[in-house]
Design a protein around this ligand. Sequence first.
Ligand code: CP
Ligand code: NVA
Length: 305
Amino acid sequence: MKKDFISIADYSLSELEAIFDLTKELKAKTKRREEHHLCKGLTMSMIFAKPSARTRISFETGMYQLGGYALYLSPADIGIGKREAVKDIAQVVSRYNDIIMARLFEHIHMEVLAEHATAPVINGLTDYNHPCQIMADIFTVMEHRKNLNDIKIVYIGDGNNVANSWINLASKMPMHLILCSPSGYEPDHKTLENARNTGISQIELLTDPKAAVKDADVVYTDVWASMGMEAEARARRKVFLPYQVNSDLMSHAGKNALVMHCLPAHRGDEITDDVIDGPQSIVFDEAENRMHVQKAIIVKLLGKA
Ligand code: CP
Ligand code: NVA
């Protein structure tokens, strides 16, 4: 049966570890400029209903490095779920391409796409989650902290798609995960409940950012208004201002804490220039690792390793 990459929650720990092992190998080969055409002659459609820099560039470049070809379909092209039914697109694209990557609004559309596509589907972000991002993020943390035992990851800000994927990861890999959001902006309740029920990680919801970042190994943040929420941005700024990751907040975390952000960042809102540009920030390492980890996901889904 074909496999998709829709949520980290669908994968076992050993499957995730196999992806990270392959990521390491492919990253090393890429750095050495050693050819690794594991997907020679294969093609991928990339369906975007929302804008993107990292996701598009990293998937397109990664597929090229694997010896394959990726084509970009912009929000104006397909009109998934609007111009055409999701299940029709799923079947049509599967006739042309070996693999599909999609960035969509509604998570249910991603599930329908995967259900009806005969080609494997990779989730490049929905309103609900962003699994490729969190795979790259934890891989980056592993590069910086050899030992993940007792790691304390603190997510500050909106309980959005990125936060939900952190929780899904915590349902597979043991960690101490703290999510600190203003009341009413917490992550998905069901996702949290499912993750807590696994008993794998300690997962806390807090509202006080200073208390949350104490002894953090990682302080992570994301935009206060995600793509599609632009109309709420002004109102959200007022609510989220106390959750800004700035030097004052970082002084409560300690100087060894790593700073992460999936990008794009709204500098001066959720994170200040001095912090994102400072010595604790590893935001560009995580952006780079999107490509390496996604190449491993593509290769695994296509059964080429
Ligand atoms: N982090 C991320 O997914 O970036 P883009 O929205 O630019 O793809
Ligand atoms: N939460 C953000 C992530 C962007 C990569 C959004 O959905 O816009």
